[in-house]
Design a binder for this molecule. Structure first.
Ligand code: G3P
Length: 301
């Protein structure tokens, strides 16, 4: 599995690069905003050049246009301006741009991907929330698809009434089994007493359907499951498009997308810190340090 860092903070990119684990970088407009908002007079071109110089692997830079024509123009600019620095630019294109700002954007992403693919400009299709979108992006010729695991989890939790920040922190692991179980427990309030794992056997088909609809997004129960499904679909048809798991919020989620066989995981710097640490490792270091005898320490001068 390749490891990218999901940040535009140069210090974080340089630090992660020094660990020898970094295969690339992903940025987006929100990450760029976060990286530069506390700096004054940022020379954006030079800042991006420095990111490209720092890491040998692919650097994703995102367009901001909402039409195919606008996105293609911006992609050509990003590629021509920054790819010569280290031959590693990949342009991020949203899978579709339909929103209150552009109500006819459903196919703009695909059109842009198709055009850029013909021009030989590598693309990373972003804002993938379901496997069907990834399938279309692969057909349109993209090199990477980025399923947003954390945001998919947010959506599923919101369907049972949980709000990020109020009911759970951004970094909280999404336990889809627990969500399913607790949804049945809520349902069982109508009953005096229930126990066991086979709660589905106890309820009517309608009740089960009601819970199923609530705890999934059209049958998908977590972001990691979207990653697994895309991997399966691409493998069915030998597609070369790589799956780049994004919007990862915690260490356990990284493990799940790795188990699903993702080709790349783009990981926030903070989550890398969570991956490397364990309190028993820390305790072990303390006790080893305390147990060093003078004779042994003497070996090292
Ligand atoms: O890789 C996409 C990522 O930057 C979005 O993450 O946590 O804002 O959903 P998040």
């Amino acid at each position: 599995m390749k490891v990218f860092v999901d940040t535009a903070e140069l210090d974080e990119i340089k630090e992660a690069n020094s660990w020898g684990i970094l295969d690339g970088v992903t940025t987006n407009p929100s990450l760029i905003k976060k990286a530069v908002e506390n700096r004054s007079n940022v020379d954006m071109k030079e800042y991006i050049r420095e990111i490209c110089r720092t890491v040998e692997g692919p650097i994703s830079l995102e367009v901001i246009g909402l039409t195919a024509e606008g996105m293609v123009e911006q992609a050509e600019f990003l590629y021509e301006e920054f790819n010569p620095v280290n031959d590693n630019v990949v342009v991020k294109i949203p899978v579709n741009t339909n929103s209150s700002r552009s109500s006819s954007g459903d196919y703009e992403g695909l059109k842009a991907l198709n055009k850029l693919s013909g021009e030989g400009i590598p693309t990373n299709t972003t804002l993938i929330m379901k496997p069907e979108q990834a399938l279309l992006a692969a057909k349109a010729g993209t090199q990477y698809v980025s399923p947003f695991a954390g945001r998919i989890d947010d959506f599923i939790r919101s369907k049972v009434g949980l709000t990020r920040g109020e009911d759970y922190p951004k970094s909280a692991y999404h336990d889809s089994d627990w969500l399913k179980h607790s949804s049945y427990i809520n349902l069982k309030d109508r009953y005096d007493y229930l126990e066991g794992d086979d709660l589905e056997d106890i309820f009517s088909d309608e009740e089960v359907a009601e819970v199923r609809e609530k705890i999934s997004d059209a049958g998908i129960s977590s972001g990691a499951e979207v990653v697994a499904s895309i991997k399966q679909i691409f493998s069915n048809y030998d597609y070369e498009t790589e799956v780049l798991a994004a919007s990862l919020r915690n260490s356990r989620q990284v493990r799940e997308v790795a188990e699903a066989g993702t080709d790349v995981a783009t990981i926030p710097f903070k989550v890398m810190g969570e991956m490397i640490s364990h309190h028993k490792t820390e305790q072990g270091i303390i006790s080893f340090s305390e147990d060093v005898v003078d004779e042994y320490e003497g070996l090292f001068g």
